[in-house]
Design a protein around this ligand. Structure first.
Ligand code: GUN
Length: 281
């Protein structure tokens, strides 16, 4: 079994992006800028945002975090987004989720200029991705996709099973695999026989948030298994895949932590740079 090393792949991607930022700076005399809006004081969100800022600085992006208390009014956030939309130094805007209940998530997502939507959550980007046009691609599935492609560049005709149908992961993941000519099955909590579906797969992407759901006897020999889960349990952090069991069967598997996680942030930086490049044309 080959362990797909997301930490290493992310470090390689960051090195490429750093080089690209240097070249862009020489060409345009400015660097791409990422602005993150963080509302409230949820610890995981604070950690993610700190890591995003650190990585952005590392590759030479201009990076800014705007923090609001939990009690901030929706219209203040929408006003700030409007301001950032017309700020030429801001290439990418990300509003960290989840949001407090009194703020309408979809309204916030739709307020972001699609050309600065580094999350790829705006309906315009969702639509463009599903139509096969150029778009921002959500960072987590993009990270999964790059890891799969690095391991196996030609995915023509492969059977892929995506476990989970979220807008964040499952649905965009499906689009990316379809683009690569995979035959894709998207599964979810109402799927009749999840084990039987997984057993058909050459590629499994597990993104449901259920600890160790995918077991060793669910996986075909020589399958590629990508684990998007980050679940807090009594045993510590585990993925959606039973690592010990599946590592005995699969051809390749991503660990948790050190698999998809590091790629997600590197992809956010890539999306910021891509937004900048498109804005310079
Ligand atoms: N919270 C957890 N993951 C994400 C993500 O990919 N984007 C945003 N905006 N918030 C998140």
């Amino acid at each position: 079994m080959i362990l797909i090393d997301g930490k290493k792949a992310a470090a390689e991607l960051r090195a490429e992006l750093k080089q690209e930022v240097t070249e862009l700076k020489a060409k345009h005399n400015k660097v791409p800028g990422l602005t993150v809006i963080l509302i409230g004081d949820l610890t995981p969100s604070q950690i993610y945002v700190r890591n995003k800022e650190k990585s952005a600085n590392e590759v030479g992006l201009k990076s800014e975090v705007i923090k609001y208390p939990d009690s901030v009014e929706e219209k203040a956030v929408l006003g700030k987004i409007k301001e950032l939309n017309s700020d030429e130094t801001v290439s990418g805007i990300l509003v960290q989720l989840p949001l407090p209940k009194h703020i309408d998530k979809q309204k916030v997502i739709e307020a972001i200029d699609p050309s600065k939507d580094v999350d790829g959550f705006h309906p315009m980007n969702v639509g463009n991705l599903s139509s096969g046009y150029e778009s921002s691609i959500p960072c987590t599935p993009l990270g999964c996709y790059l890891l799969i492609k690095k391991f196996q560049p030609n995915l023509n005709g492969k059977k892929a099973v995506v476990v989970g149908r979220s807008n964040l992961n499952g649905k965009p993941m499906t689009q990316l695999l379809l683009k690569e000519n995979c035959t894709v099955t998207i599964t979810h909590s109402k799927t009749k026989d999840l084990k039987a579906e997984c057993l058909e797969a050459d590629i499994i992407v597990a993104a449901v948030g259920i600890p160790e759901l995918v077991r060793g006897d669910w996986v075909k020999k020589d399958a590629i298994v990508i684990d998007v889960g980050i679940n807090k349990t009594d045993k510590g952090i585990v993925g959606d895949v039973h690592f010990d069991e599946v590592s005995k069967v699969a051809k390749a598997l991503t660990p948790v932590p050190g698999g998809v996680g590091p790629m997600t942030i590197a992809c956010l930086l890539k999306n910021t740079i891509d937004c900048f490049k498109r804005s310079q044309i």
